[in-house]
Design a protein around this ligand. Sequence first.
Ligand code: G6P
Length: 609
Amino acid sequence: MCGIVGYTGRQDAAPLLLEGLRKLEYRGYDSAGIAVENDGRLRMVKASGHIDRLEEKTHGGADLPGCCGIGHTRWATHGAPTDVNAHPHMSNDGKFAIVHNGIIENYSALREELRGKGFVFQSETDTEVIVHLLDMYYQGDLKEAVMRTAARLEGSYALGVVCADVPGTLCAIKMASPLILGVGIGENYFASDVTALVSHTKNVIYLEDGEFAELTPESITVYDVAGRPVSHSISRIVWDVEAAEKGGYDHFMLKEIMEQPRAMKAAIEPRIRSGRIVLDDFDDAFKVCFDDVHRIVITACGSAYHAGCVGRTMIEALCRTPVEVDVASELRYRDPIIDDHTLLIAVSQSGETADTIAAIREGKNRGAKVLAIVNVVGSTIAKLSDYVLYTWAGPEIAVATTKGYTTQIAVLSLLAVWMADRRGLLTPERYSELTGGILDLPERTQRAIDLNPQVAYLAERYRDNTSLFFIGRNLDYAVCLEASLKLKEISYIHSEAYAADELKHGTIALIDEGRLVVALACCEALFDKTMSNIKEVKARGAKVLAVTHEGGRRVFAEADDVLFVPVTDPLLAAIPEIVPLQLFAYYVARANGCDIDKPRNLAKSVTVE
Ligand code: G6P
């Protein structure tokens, strides 16, 4: 939640900060603000609403001259998204301005203490205590004030500070929230994510928790928690600037749907060599660890949890090892049965989801080894886990995940086959059938994307539905969960995913004349059973849009409309099956005039519990 950015150099900071905030807007977009230092004075402008409003209010940044500044885009937690609650927050004397991503858990006690000392609070935010603490501790040494302030904070923070007394200098410090430094020539940056930096520099430093950085145009100095300088190697961002641009598409979501075949290739091809799955990311230690695993627990949030549901079916079917899948926020609080024979698989696009991070910590405390399936390189989850498999989907900007989710499933399918093979459970024929099927997934995904015009037509036809159901069995049901979420989050249309047969245990009461039911029927073994469920809802007046594979033509007898997705191995069907339903959600939302890339109330990276 929330994105922060900072710049110090020779160019005007404000336009660069606004540009950076646009790239970070996916992290939160209910209000924004910037503060710029000029000749030892700070000026600040904040605006509720999207970055456009801030841009208008500052005339593209022209109202705030100066070459050193900080910016913030917010997803409100403490206090409504108003101008006053927007960041930056300034000290009472106007000497300090700060931007913050995270949550200060002990802010109430700190606020009382600071009020008692005469500090005046303007906002309802947890963040404002930080700027008053800085003010309190500052005695001419900014580094010391920042470090003493950080020592008082409980919770998570990525913090950017600018101080009128130290022109041209930025401070940045982090604890459990992402913060990356951009290394330029005669200019330096910080940001929550590399997407805000990549058009200016590809050289970055990933700060560790507790580290503090001082940035001037010419230098970056990093200190550890005790204030000792530490050296950091510079990492190179591997993708191009275009990867984080819309590239001619109207929305990032559509672009990212279309990118799925390419993303899938990047996730799969380097990991299958001469017909064998090679998980380079692992070392022999993982093999040893896996040989001692009796149980697997998959944990994640949102769509990543849905990918985990698909993963469970694949792993259990192939590997015959019990797999439990649980949303991270539930797992961590229910005294989970996890021990040193458990493998905890954490799935996350961003690698920064607070509940998933907490579930990993819980699992580690109980002795589990943790394998992360993550997209963002260098993210907290990647660093925290014992083993990492990157999904290599490239930057995903749209709040509603698409390529992030499908590449997670692609990696889980590789893992499921690798594990089954390691346990000696696959014949050579089945092994090559499955690896061949996985290698074909990019092409199958492309063929599913080719349904685009047909899906756009159907979305137009069904756009007025106010409530609908997705039904399916087994893997189809796991895909229903994601299809339903996609539609809800971007079109605001109520929908529910139901295990097809479970519908009749109560919810079928909601099926009435004209109600849309989207029936997924790609599980060959259960096709006839799903057909019976389709008949049940048809008999009660429902309209049925069926999604099946090319072999399921007999669905025509019952469904009003049919989308045929390419045939794959039944265990791999989830990927081609979700694609038309991602497109369906997209076109319904578009037809209804919704803000597709920035749906209301959401944020892409949920870094608070
Ligand atoms: C948010 C996003 C979802 C995402 C979930 C988990 O709720 O809006 O699209 O699936 O977080 O995110 P992660 O980065 O851990 O996959």
